[in-house]
Write a protein that binds this ligand. Structure first.
Ligand SMILES: *[C@@H]1O[C@H](CO)[C@@H](O)[C@H](O)[C@H]1NC(C)=O
Ligand SMILES: *[C@@H]1O[C@H](CO)[C@@H](O)[C@H](O)[C@H]1NC(C)=O
Length: 772
């Protein structure tokens, strides 16, 4: 009978287990429904989460209160909640572990509060959450790992916040995300890896932001996105091949400032059906290149499209390809307002050269007539710079300035000085701009930053010094930056880790040093940056890592060492970084990985990149210890003929074994058996024996003949898709219902003891139990 219980029936079962005398509690100001198990306390000015909510409550509605701060364990008395509403509660801060214990919560709404930072552990414990709304807050910072526990989340909505920038891996851990909504922020820049790891994302909303360029690199990392909304961003130009998204079907680029669009701009979107470029400033729209065979609708409405001979190619093309063309002609007079689809190529003429020039001249003078109204409040702005009052952005980008300008408005929040010729930044270069959050100094030929160069910039969080000529830093280069969190020093000329420079930046979380020339990591290099969470050293020349290099790196959770010259896994150094979740060693020259190479990271490591290294051998125990935590393992592009035992990796969600010369014979049977069990896309193909080259390991028959392989199903003949297995990204135990009950009992007994062990640990015990 138990095996037939649907999840909801479990509640009934649970109710039956509750002693008959159970007297339901209901907080004084609230309304409680004992049948539906809901508690409603709306608009009551409550200053904390009521303590007397009945333990078995499933839905808790706390909209419109005055809670200010959610403390750790705020909901630990209601472990069965599925639905929690916290809109309009004046919440400013969500302390780490505030939701711990809510392992069943499916829906959480935090909209219309005042949250400004999402801390790494603010959302811990929400391991079943599917929808999370944080709209209309003041979020300006997402700390690395903030979403790492939300492996089941489908929808994340962060609209109407104050994000200016999305750092690399900000959404790491969202293994099942479908729709990410970032509309109505102030995003002006997305890091290349900002959205990396979102392998299931199908829909991305970035409308109403400040993006000036199409973020090509960032977008190509989103393999499944079908709908992308970039409306209302101030982009002026979309160049050749910039949109390269294999599955994209709907692209919205309306209400931007497009003046030109290359006809190959979207040619790398073979599945595009609908392209909206309405309400831009396009005067000519050309036929798109051949790359979009499925395009069915093109919307250039609201552009000043002139229906003359220049439009003829587009019109002919739309007729030929049966393309729906929306919008009307912006001129000449006799066609003005006519639907584009109603004019035929034969109607589209150009007048004589002279008449055309005259018409164009008239058009141009009309456009440049000074606007009738002056901007209401003129913003302070130095010469040869552009400053916007509304967004508080000031820019003197690419102006060949040789000195940092002065006289920016004290309200400036983003200061963009990239592409100038400063050569050096003297002390006190930025007086009077204490509110700047983001400072761009890329490509300024900087060789030296004098001590105190940035002093006074109390609000600075993001500092970009990338693509300069720095080879060292003075110990007080960053003096006076109490909030500096993200520091970019990539593409400079460092030949050693600039160890001494971080003493004065207590808030530093992420340090980018990619593409420098650092040859080795010396002992205690992080002794003055103990709070660092993410260290990016990809693309240096690191050959040697001292066993003591990562002493003091106890908080480090991301370490990228790809593209260096390592010959072995620096296991001993890693033993001091026991909280590392994301380790990348791609592209080194590590031929061999020995036993227990990652053992020191057994509790923490979630993502491991060992791809493209020429790896030939992995000892059977090379991954020992990485059982319950590891979620992604990348081994593609190596020289492996065999793979180590993957059996213990019970939490694996992504694995890539592509491009390895696997030898499909009995020694590979454990891999074959494992593939059968896990229902993951493994991308393993045989290279040998020659007759099996190119076949998927899963599809070849050799393994059935191996001792122990008899139970394998016979390989598919014609239709390889088994009807039974539903698409799952996570291996699910067969006897799920039984497990759930065990888990529920465990949660209850834990609560009784008042402990709140982390879910990972609970899971481990559970697995041990189920295999016992
Ligand atoms: C909550 O506080 C506001 C302002 O102090 C007051 O007007 C309102 O009546 C209070 N509501 C309740 C339910 O106490
Ligand atoms: C480092 O250099 C490589 C190769 O030029 C480039 O692809 C990569 O984007 C660079 N990374 C950074 C962070 O600058």
């Amino acid at each position: 009978m138990c095996s037939q219980l649907c999840p909801d029936a479990l509640w009934v079962l649970m109710l039956l287990c509750i002693p008959a005398a159970h007297a339901a509690k209901c907080p004084q100001q609230c309304v409680c429904d004992q049948i539906q198990l809901t508690v409603t306390c709306v608009n009551k000015n409550l200053t904390q989460v009521p303590l007397t909510v009945d333990e078995i409550t499933v839905k808790l509605d706390l909209r419109g209160n005055d809670i200010q701060e959610l403390p750790t364990g705020a909901f630990k008395h209601t472990p069965y909640l599925k639905h929690l509403s916290l809109q309009r509660c004046n919440i400013r801060r969500v302390k780490e572990g505030a939701f711990r214990g809510l392992g069943r919560l499916v829906f959480l709404n935090l909209a219309n509060n005042n949250i400004d930072i999402l801390y790494q552990e603010s959302l811990d414990g929400l391991s079943s959450l599917k929808q999370l709304m944080i709209d209309r807050n003041r979020v300006e910072e997402i700390q690395p790992g903030a979403f790492s526990q939300l492996g089941f989340l489908n929808l994340l909505s962060l609209t109407h916040n104050q994000l200016v920038y999305i750092p690399n891996m900000a959404f790491q851990g969202l293994q099942n995300i479908k729709w990410l909504r970032l509309s109505h922020n102030s995003l002006n820049y997305l890091d290349t890896e900002a959205l990396a790891g979102l392998f299931t994302l199908t829909r991305l909303s970035l409308d109403h932001n400040e993006l000036q360029f199409f973020p090509s690199e960032t977008m190509t990392r989103l393999p499944e996105v079908t709908r992308l909304d970039l409306s209302y961003n101030p982009m002026t130009y979309v160049g050749e091949d910039v949109v390269s998204m294999a599955k994209l079907t709907h692209l919205f680029m309306d209400h931007m400032s497009l003046q030109d669009m290359d006809n190959t701009a979207v040619s790398k979107c073979p599945n595009l059906i609908h392209l909206d470029i309405s309400y831009n400033q396009l005067r000519v729209v050309q036929p798109l290149s051949e790359g979009n065979p499925k395009l069915a609708r093109l919307n250039p409405a609201g552009n000043p499209v002139y229906c003359n001979c220049y439009l003829r190619p587009l019109r002919e093309w739309s007729i030929r390809n049966k393309l729906k063309l929306l919008g009307t002609c912006g001129g000449p007079a006799h066609l003005s307002g006519e639907n584009l689809e109603a004019v035929y190529p034969s109607d589209l003429h150009c007048q004589s050269q002279e008449a055309m020039l005259k018409a164009e001249f008239e058009e141009a003078t009309r456009v440049t007539t000074p606007p009738t109204q002056e901007p209401a409040n003129k913003v302070k702005c130095p010469a040869n710079c552009v400053c916007e009052a509304e967004t508080h952005h000031s820019s003197c980008e690419n102006r060949a300035h040789t000195k940092v300008s002065r006289g920016f408005s004290p309200n400036t929040r983003l200061l963009d000085l990239r592409g100038n010729h400063f050569h050096y930044i003297p002390s006190n270069s930025f007086p009077g701009v204490a509110q700047v959050v983001s400072l761009h100094l890329q490509r300024c030929k900087i060789v030296e930053v004098e001590g105190g160069a940035f002093s006074g910039m109390k609000g600075l969080i993001y500092l970009y010094l990338s693509e300069n000529d720095l080879s060292s830093l003075s110990p007080d280069a960053f003096k006076g930056l109490p909030q500096l969190t993200y520091l970019h020093l990539e593409k400079n000329r460092f030949t050693g880790f600039p160890k001494g420079a971080f003493k004065l930046v207590p808030s530093l979380l992420a340090l980018h040093l990619e593409n420098n020339s650092i040859p080795k990591l010396e002992p205690d290099m992080l002794s003055e940056a103990e709070g660092l969470r993410a260290l990016y050293l990809t693309g240096n020349a690191i050959e040697h890592v001292s066993p003591r290099a990562l002493d003091h790196a106890g908080d480090l959770d991301t370490l990228h060492l790809g593209g260096n010259k390592l010959k072995e896994v620096p296991t001993e150094a890693l033993s001091k970084a026991g909280n590392l979740r994301d380790l990348r060693l791609s592209g080194n020259s590590i031929r061999w990985v020995g036993p227990n190479a990652f053992r020191p990271l057994e509790r923490s490591l979630k993502e491991l990149y060992l791809d493209n290294m020429g790896l030939e051998t992995m000892s059977q125990n090379s991954l020992a210890g990485l059982g319950a935590a590891l979620r992604s393992l990348f081994l593609e592009g190596n020289q492996l003929e065999e793979v180590p035992n993957l059996q213990p990796l019970t939490s694996l969600e992504v694995i890539n074994l592509a491009d390895n010369p696997l030898m499909c014979d009995c020694p590979l049977l454990p891999l074959r058996m494992w593939i059968e069990k896990v229902n993951l896309k493994v991308r393993a193909t045989c290279a040998n024996p020659p007759e099996l080259r190119g076949r998927r390991v899963k599809d070849v028959h050799v393994f059935r003949a191996c001792p122990g392989g008899e139970s394998l199903p016979s390989p598919p003949t014609v239709t390889p898709k088994p009807a039974k297995a539903p698409k799952a990204t996570k291996p699910k135990p067969m006897h799920l219902n039984g497990i759930r009950q065990v888990k529920m009992l465990k949660v209850k007994s834990k609560l009784r003891k008042g402990s709140n062990t982390k879910p990972a640990a609970a899971k481990k015990t559970r697995e041990r139990r189920s295999t016992a």
